[in-house]
Design a protein around this ligand. Structure first.
Ligand code: PLP
Length: 457
């Protein structure tokens, strides 16, 4: 495993127990992993426990965690109140095959923060939520096609499995039927006039779905008025607007991106923070649309309802954790504190890049940050960086080898960022975390610049 990269060698030296587990895992899992975004070369860390903003690997190394349970952990790891509720629910039973009090409390807490959630149906994941939202849109409008934006991610089901990091021409990825891909219209997220023309020209579009702060949870931000304009255009053409708030929900604002932007969607897909660190998702939105899941509405109005089972829909543990998490988010300044940390961290990282003469930039809004790694070597001033000036495809594409080496270099410094080159911030990140992160980025920049030719300011 010795390589010609001092960064990789140092990482391997610090993580012998993770390496041993990765070797065992290789006998069971493709690429030895269980989620594509955990793919790390030569292997990722194996984590033993976590608390607040920190986690510890099986070799005892401590990390400031910006992976944040893939964005699910707005209150950090092991929030005591949430954990208490999970334990209480666990003691009562994990699955009753019946309705229960926790799901009612959970739905009430969603509706309190998102008034557009007139009705709610819980699912087991965000992927299931966008799948059901799409099906509801088709049933409600009687139209077939779904419009989506290039680079926006909505889970891994067939309609969403292309046009995110490749196949931007709309062709199907392996295992996806051409006929299914043909029912999806891919649009550019930087051209609202083209969106208007597309909706004008195609009367068979049931819905437009988008990540409301931009693709990759805001990694490729949208122009300020884009979502409001999209709302107008969709309304004009009787097309439903689905806001995929799986990442943004309860993160960018207590009430999600819809509150932040002041735009009301017809349907909302939710997951991650929604279920307080346990598995879960939901579709929420207009009552007349969710009526397509309602037995009585279907009987009264003589339409065939959508069949929607799901063994773990609104399971009591996720419901208890979700309800308590949303209650804390509603009644404290958790969202604001996480966003304030982001506002302090991003300029400090940019100062590191500027001091090192590295033409990279940290950017983002609220409780997240992203690193622009400048694959094309453009003139970039880290202290005056405007992500909207970079084409959306370019800002989201990361040089994969370099991204991996940055992650390893940061892990050596005790910081874990996400595989896509950014991080999510929780309400538990504090000044110690901030200083440790700035130091880790500084050391990582030095190590990387010593190893390879990176763009200079
Ligand atoms: C915006 C968005 N939508 C949907 C999903 C899919 O959610 P899940 O991983 O729970 O299936 C994700 C997952 O990261 C996401 O970021």
């Amino acid at each position: 495993m010795l390589s010609n990269s001092p960064i990789q060698n140092k990482y391997v030296e610090r993580t012998p127990s993770s390496r041993a587990l990765a070797e065992q895992a290789g006998a069971y899992f493709p690429s030895a992993i269980t989620h594509d975004s955990r793919h790390t070369t030569p292997y990722g860390i194996y984590v033993e426990r976590a608390l607040g903003s920190r986690k510890w690997d099986v070799d005892g190394n401590e990390y400031v965690d910006y992976f944040g349970g893939h964005g699910a952990l707005m209150l950090g790891h092991r929030n005591a109140e949430v954990e208490g509720c999970i334990q209480e629910a666990l003691a009562a039973g994990t699955h009753f095959g019946s309705s229960h009090q926790f799901e009612v409390a959970w739905a009430a807490s969603v509706q309190a923060l998102m008034p557009a959630a007139e009705r709610i149906r819980f699912t087991a994941s965000g992927t299931e939520a966008t799948l059901l939202a799409m099906r509801l849109a088709r049933a409600y409008t009687g139209r077939s096609r779904i419009a989506r934006f290039r680079t926006h991610f909505h889970g891994w089901h067939d309609h969403m499995a292309f046009g995110v990091s490749g196949h931007f021409d709309g062709t199907a990825t392996p295992g996806v039927l051409r006929e299914v891909a043909a029912q999806v219209l891919l649009l550019d997220p930087d051209d609202i006039d083209a969106v208007a023309r597309a909706l004008e020209n195609d009367p068979d579009i049931a819905a437009v779905i988008l990540e409301p702060t931009g693709g990759g949870g805001g990694m490729a931000p949208l122009a300020p008025d884009f979502v409001a304009q999209l709302r107008q255009i969709t309304e004009q053409h009787g097309v439903l607007l689905i806001m995929d708030e799986v990442v943004t929900g309860f993160r960018v604002h207590k009430g999600g991106a819809q509150s932040l932007l002041g735009v009301t969607p017809d349907l909302i897909s939710l997951a991650k923070i929604l279920s307080g660190g346990l598995p879960g998702g939901a579709v929420a939105g207009r009552a007349d649309i969710l009526d397509h899941l309602d037995f009585q509405a279907a009987a009264d109005r003589s339409f065939e309802k959508i069949h929607h089972p799901g063994t773990f829909n609104a399971n009591p543990l996720s419901a208890a954790a979700g309800a308590k998490t949303l209650e804390i988010i509603a009644s404290t300044d958790a969202t604001e504190r996480a966003a304030a940390f982001g506002a302090r961290l991003r300029p400090r990282l940019n100062q590191v890049f500027a001091d090192r003469g590295l033409a990279w930039a940290a950017y983002g809004e609220q409780a997240s940050f992203f690193v622009f790694m400048n694959a094309k070597g453009q003139a970039v001033d880290p202290l005056n960086f405007d992500p909207l000036a970079i084409p959306y495809q370019e800002i989201k594409a990361k040089p994969p080898g370099l991204m991996n080496r940055l992650r390893l270099a940061l892990l050596i410094g005790g910081v874990d960022i996400s595989g896509s080159g950014g991080g999510v911030i929780s309400a538990t990140h504090d000044d110690n975390d901030l200083e440790r992160t700035v130091t880790a980025f500084d050391q990582a920049a030095a190590m990387l610049m010593a190893e390879e030719d990176l763009p200079r300011t």
